[in-house]
Design a protein around this ligand. Structure first.
Ligand code: AOF
Ligand code: ZN
Length: 366
């Protein structure tokens, strides 16, 4: 049976999810203030990461926050950053009890938020819906603890795992409902990432479309020599929506200057086995503040992420269409000789998107 604490925490988590893809480098936290069983305040971390969730919820609650309970998806912060500590705001407002899903692993906070609240007479309960919160905030935790963002890999394929015909025709394998779902996924990530081959072949915009006015994700291209046309959609719109390019050490200075002149931001990365090293790419992106990256291919980049064990979630859209062995495979070679060596995932969701099926697989489904 779901108790009161879980019900309010589920509400706070749903608020937090609204900010996903918009708050980086900060986590998208949700906060609900409850007084005598009534919701008197709600907040979610603002776009760009500040203000935090709690002061917004407290502002909505006003004097009703006195003696109330605050449900937060993450430990309230205790540090003076660009804003004063949320703990102090909760204490000053007279909140009687704070219920948090998880402790913050940011070393500036990490347990000290709870301690400060307790020392000031606030009752603290932790661990409510911790698993759900762990998934929603996983990108932030990965960035703090491992220096890299969460990676969701999308594959949109024929039922036999092909992403294009032998002649390169790929539009469209999946239908409009699946493509809308992809735009919603782009919207819940900080960045959309593709390899140089896909950027050349598809000339993609990689923007979120038909979802109203949204904050656009950063567009990341991984390409050793950045040999994409300077007249491409990405190049020509780099001043409007950020384009970040992860390249190898052997970039020609003219190429670097041309892309920089167009407004792109360049990230020099290491190579491994002749390709841009995916660990190096993700460390650079984590360093730059990203917490959630949505990779849309191509097959080479997807394979190198899988081989490096850097895919946290797969979103696989399968269309009712067969393209045969002559079609282009969705994944490049993985070097798997034995089944025991194959990357494995756990199924967490199956949905029908119009005429297509979507399977969601996770690396470590809790
Ligand atoms: C909260 N509520 O809504 C969020 C928190 O750089 P600053 O000062 O904005 O602090 C960022 C840190 O605050 C971030 O690393 C994480 O530990 C925490 N995020 N904390 O109390 C919030 N977004
Ligand atoms: Zn805070």
């Amino acid at each position: 049976m779901i108790d009161e604490d879980q019900r309010h925490m589920a509400h706070a988590l749903s608020l937090g999810r609204r900010g996903m893809g918009k708050c980086w480098p900060n986590p998208s936290v949700g906060c609900v203030i409850v007084k005598d069983g009534r919701i008197v305040g709600r907040g979610v971390t603002a776009p760009g990461g500040r203000p935090h969730a709690e002061p917004q919820a407290l502002a909505m609650a006003g004097p009703l926050a006195k003696g109330a309970m605050a449900y937060v998806t993450l430990e309230p912060c205790s540090h003076y950053g660009k804003t004063p500590p949320c703990c102090d705001a909760l204490i000053e407002a007279g909140v009687a009890r704070v219920v948090a899903a998880l402790a913050d692993s940011d070393p500036r906070v990490s347990g000290q938020g709870f301690e400060r609240l307790r020392q000031n007479g606030v009752e603290v309960t932790t661990g409510i819906l911790a698993q759900e919160a762990m998934h929603d905030l996983a990108g932030f935790f990965l960035k703090v603890e491992q220096g890299r963002p969460w990676v969701t890999l999308k594959l949109a394929m024929s039922l036999d795992g092909r992403i294009a015909t032998a002649t390169g025709e790929s539009q469209w394998i999946t239908g409009p409902a699946a493509r809308r779902a992809v735009h919603a996924l782009r919207n819940s990530h900080d960045a959309v990432m593709v390899g140089g081959g896909t950027a050349r072949a598809d000339n993609p915009a990689l923007t979120v479309r038909d979802m109203g006015a949204v904050q656009q994700p950063v567009r990341v291209v991984v390409s050793r020599r950045l040999d994409m046309p300077l007249m491409s959609n990405l190049a020509q719109t780099a001043k409007e929506v950020p384009v970040w390019l992860c390249h190898g050490p052997d970039l020609r200075p003219e190429t670097r200057d041309a892309w920089t002149g167009l407004g792109a931001k360049l990230f020099p990365c290491h190579l491994s086995q002749g390709r841009v090293d995916p660990h190096s790419v993700l460390q650079a992106l984590g360093q730059a503040g990203l917490t959630r990256v949505f990779c849309e291919g191509g097959g080479q980049l997807a394979a190198s992420l899988l081989v490096a064990d850097l895919v946290d979630e797969l979103q696989v859209f399968s269309a009712g269409m067969a393209l045969g062995a002559e079609g282009q495979p969705g994944l490049g070679a993985l070097g798997v000789d034995r089944l025991a060596d194959a990357p494995r995932f756990e199924l967490v969701d199956v949905t029908v998107d119009g005429r297509d099926v979507r399977h969601v697989w996770r690396r470590n489904a809790a």
